[in-house]
Structures are given as C-alpha cells and as structure tokens.
Design a binder for this molecule. Structure first.
Ligand code: ATP
Ligand code: MG
Length: 393
C-alpha cells in the first residue's frame, strides 16, 4: 500500500511575502535530510508539503524519524493514498488502519474536501467511511466527542489520503532561513542546548571551541565534536573551529590580577570568536550563559564580556533554570555526553575569588598592559577545522 507523508508547516505560514523563501528552504532541508533513504517527490500544495517515496524499498519509519528533527515542521502525518472513489477510499482506509483498529479503541472520522469536484461533501464522506470502519471492525466504537483516534480523510486535487495519527514535529523555523551565527561551544551541558535553540530559530551554525593543551586533552576536544555531531542532527552540517588558547591563558595568568582571570579570559574568547565569526560570514555569536549561574554570568560580568564583541551576542538560556536546560539536553540527547568528565579551558587557572561585579574600567586597564594583538592573530590564524555532520547528510 502506497504511503506518503503530509507535513504541516508552522510559523512559516505567517511569513507573508517571504513565505515562498521559507518554504523553499524547508523543502531543501527535508531533501538533504532524507536523500539517503531513497528517491522522493516533494511538493508544496495547499499549505501542506507532501512527500511521496518513489522507490518500493524506502523505510517510512526511518523517514518519519528523520523528519521529526527538521526545524520548521510543526506536525506531520503518515497517510495512505487512495484513488478518488468512495469504495476505494473505504477499502484503503480499512486496510491501512487495521493495525490500530485491531485494538478496542474509540474513533471518529473527519473529512476535508479541497477538491470541490468530488461528488460527496465532507459530512457525507465522514459518515460513509465511519460506518464502513465500524462494520468492518466490530471491536471498535464510534465516539464523536472524545475519541482515542481521529481518522482524517482528505480529498485533494491529486488524490485521496487517509491518516490517523499526527506526529509532533521539531517546530521552529527552517535552518539557514535566518542567517548564520557562531556558537561558542564548551563540553558542558549549556552550550549544546544554546546551539540547538538558535538553530531552531532558523540560524545556520558555525562552532568555535577554545582548547588549551596540554591543560586540556584531545579527548576533551573530541567530546565537543561528539556533542556537535548530535546537535547537527537538527542543525545540519557545520564547521567547528578549534582555537589554540594556551598561550593567551598563560599570559593572563602571568600578568593579570587573579580575581580578573576569568573575566579577561572570557573577553579574549569573545574577541577571537568575533574575528573568526566575521571571517566565515556569521552575523552573531551565541553562548550558553544563564544569568547568575556562575561568577562570570552576573549582569556586571556579562556587560563586561559583551563589550569585547562587535557582533550581537545571543544568549538563549539567559532566563532559564539549570533544570530546564537539562530537560532539553536530555530531549536532544546531548546530556550523557556533556556529563563525561573532561576538563574545559575555563576550568584551567580558575581564580579562588572571581569578581562577580567587575569594574569595567579596571578590567580594561589590566588588559591594556599587555599587547594582545599578535597573540590574537596567531590564535585566529592557527584554528583547526573539523567538519561536523558529514555522515549524517
Ligand atoms: P557550559 O555548560 O556550556 O560549559 P557553563 O555553565 O559551564 O556552560 P562557562 O564555563 O562559564 O559556563 O561558559 C559559559 C559559556 O562560554 C558557555 O556556555 C560557552 O558558550 C562558552 N564557553 C565556555 N568554555 C568554552 C570553550 N572552551 N570554548 C568555547 N566556548 C566556551
Ligand atoms: Mg563550561
């Protein structure tokens, strides 16, 4: 039996004149996501995207699994295709729904007829298909108020479809329709979640990671690329730029007041990320900071860090509790990897008493005693590129 998938787009529908661009981007992202599973005809018609497999071997469970991770899809339904003939529709519905209807469920039928040439109206279609299913499966009951299953019959221009289960999509906006930004990624719980959240709002990502060997290990770096691989299942392919940060951190430790180590280090991260981001065409930076979580994430410290970047800095977790961040990391499957115990450069040379209310003037003065320019240039010139998501797409 021929099965297709009907995709419901979300906020895209609200985008007025840009709607076509959003829809084209979504279709491109869907194609990229499922192309390894076979050939498909993907078209947008009557505010739905219809995905029709063209090969017999295609595993539609796998297609559905992949679609559940495409941003811009609010919901989707797997549906069987029937000829636009009442008898054929009834028979197809019974055959397609048999696995669900062999249980003692209650159901109702709803119909949508966008092909006005079809000889029956929606209420009649519902009544006929409902009656047929009730006769065919004596164990099920009709309940129009609170049914376990709503069967939908759609009569469209191209054919008739029957479906019974709406699956939740990933929501958000299609990746890439909102521009490009660089996520500052550590191996922690927060930054992968921040990356996921901004990709969900339609951003294409690049990633910047600071490593300080030998204080941080290769394994710590691998952990970060592993995390990005998981995120890329939603966010698409991306480049990870690993910045050699040892020299700058050692310089900070040697020449700056101890209580300002962290804040100056974070400003250096911003300056370097800003340069890399601009070089690769990003329009914003993203961090996993959450207000008050640690000393460097107070309002004063954030203001001081912010100054160091010329690009806007997005902090999608700013108002979230750790518990809520963990819930998302579990949902997107980064939590376990984030919890692996490898060191981050942020935990190297941590001051005993970091300033929670740094005086920006004092920070700038402390920073000005050293000529950072050559060191920053050297770090930017020596980034290591790792490609993420190559095997997924
Ligand atoms: P996370 O769980 O993301 O590590 P955190 O609560 O441990 O966050 P910090 O270590 O203060 O917080 O880092 C705050 C933010 O700074 C991170 O969310 C991330 O965006 C960025 N960051 C921290 N360490 C690195 C690093 N080694 N490379 C790139 N960005 C980093
Ligand atoms: Mg961290």
């Amino acid at each position: 039996m021929k099965e297709i998938i009907l995709v419901k787009v979300g906020e895209i529908a609200l985008k007025g004149l840009n709607r076509k661009n959003f829809e084209d981007m979504l279709i491109k992202n869907i194609k990229r996501k499922i192309h390894k599973l076979g050939r498909f005809d993907i078209v947008s018609a009557q505010s739905t995207i219809r995905i029709t497999p063209l090969d017999d071997f295609t595993d539609m469970d796998e297609v559905a699994e992949k679609l559940s991770k495409v941003f811009g899809i609010v919901a989707f339904s797997r549906a069987c295709v029937a000829e636009k003939d009442m008898e054929k529709i009834k028979e197809s519905a019974a055959e397609y729904l048999e696995p669900i209807f062999s249980e003692n469920i209650s159901f109702k039928v709803e119909s949508k007829r966008s092909d006005k040439k079809f000889p029956y109206g929606s209420p009649e279609i519902s009544k006929m298909v409902g009656g047929f299913l009730a006769d065919r499966f004596p164990n099920v009951t009709v309940d129009v108020h609170d049914p376990d299953v709503v069967v939908t019959v759609e009569i469209r221009d191209f054919g008739a479809y029957v479906h019974a289960k709406v699956e939740e999509g990933a929501g958000g906006l299609p990746v890439s329709c909102g521009g490009k930004a660089a996520i500052l990624i550590s191996g922690g719980i927060d930054s992968p979640v921040a990356a996921y959240m901004m990709a969900k709002r339609g951003l294409e990502l690049s990633a910047v990671h600071f490593a300080s060997p030998p204080y941080t290990s290769d394994r710590a770096e691998e952990k970060v690329s592993d995390l990005l691989e998981i995120v890329s299942d939603y966010a698409g392919k991306m480049n990870m730029y690993t910045v050699p940060f040892t020299k700058i951190q050692e310089e900070i430790q040697k020449n700056c007041p101890e209580e300002l180590f962290t804040i100056i280090m974070r400003r250096m991260m911003m300056k370097i990320s800003d340069r890399i981001a601009r070089r690769v065409g990003c329009q914003a930076l993203i961090t996993g900071e959450s207000l008050g979580q640690v000393a460097s994430q107070t309002i004063g410290a954030i203001a001081c860090t912010d100054e160091a970047s010329t690009l806007p800095v997005f902090r999608p977790l700013i108002g979230m509790d750790k518990k809520d961040i963990i819930d998302i990391s579990q949902k997107i499957n980064t939590f376990e990897t984030s919890c692996l115990p490898y060191e981050d450069c942020c935990t190297v040379f941590t001051p005993r008493h970091p300033k929670t209310k740094p005086d920006p003037e004092r920070v700038r003065n402390a920073e000005a005693k050293i000529d950072w320019e050559d060191m920053i240039n050297e770090a930017v010139e020596n980034v290591k590129l790792t490609r993420i998501g190559e095997n997924l797409y």
